[in-house]
Design a protein around this ligand. Sequence first.
Ligand SMILES: Cc1cc2nc3c(=O)[nH]c(=O)nc-3n(C[C@H](O)[C@H](O)[C@H](O)COP(=O)(O)O)c2cc1C
Length: 191
Amino acid sequence: MSVLSTLLSRSSTKQIQGPGPSEEEIQQILATAMCAPDHGRLRPWRFKRIQGDAIAQLTDLAVKTLEAEGKPLNATKEKTMRDWLARAPLVLAVASYVDHSNERIPEHERMLATGASVMNILNAVHALGYGAFWSTGIGTYTQGVPEALGFDALEYEFLGFVVIGSLSEPLKPKERPAVTDYVSIWEPSES
Ligand SMILES: Cc1cc2nc3c(=O)[nH]c(=O)nc-3n(C[C@H](O)[C@H](O)[C@H](O)COP(=O)(O)O)c2cc1C
């Protein structure tokens, strides 16, 4: 597949299963994250690899923390999340390092760089024939889950999880919006 066909055919999926990418493939996927655009070379992206038994522990942690912080999942949502994560061979937790000492580059630019690094990951996962889904569920918006992963809220903006695995069914082509609905040509006024 050409690079452009890869970019144009990517879509997010939760229809995944084991096995996950090999260690060599994981290194290739993560290397693409390091190629994201990055104002000031701040390298704000941070990832934690969560694999094997640690995924079940993350799932329990998310359920318990959401409950303890007054945002419990209902039974259906809990089951859906548990079933999905039980099939996942690899989860990446994503955070952006805030670096309060740097006043030159606004924080939103660091978050954009981290977002771009995740986009590279999603595309690399797809290029290698795997599936992925970026989620800000799984207790992302709690205090306890990011903290347990080592992403203290004072230093990091926690941006959720990328759940990765082999496709359990082929990706369905997805209808995408027309470019013209979102892009126009600027015509400067003559005055
Ligand atoms: C930062 C971020 C967080 C997201 N969190 C969720 C989420 O918690 N739940 C969800 O259903 N989709 C979430 N999405 C959307 C999916 O990851 C996915 O992009 C969406 O289903 C559209 O699929 P596509 O990537 O094939 O266009 C999130 C997307 C982004 C960029």
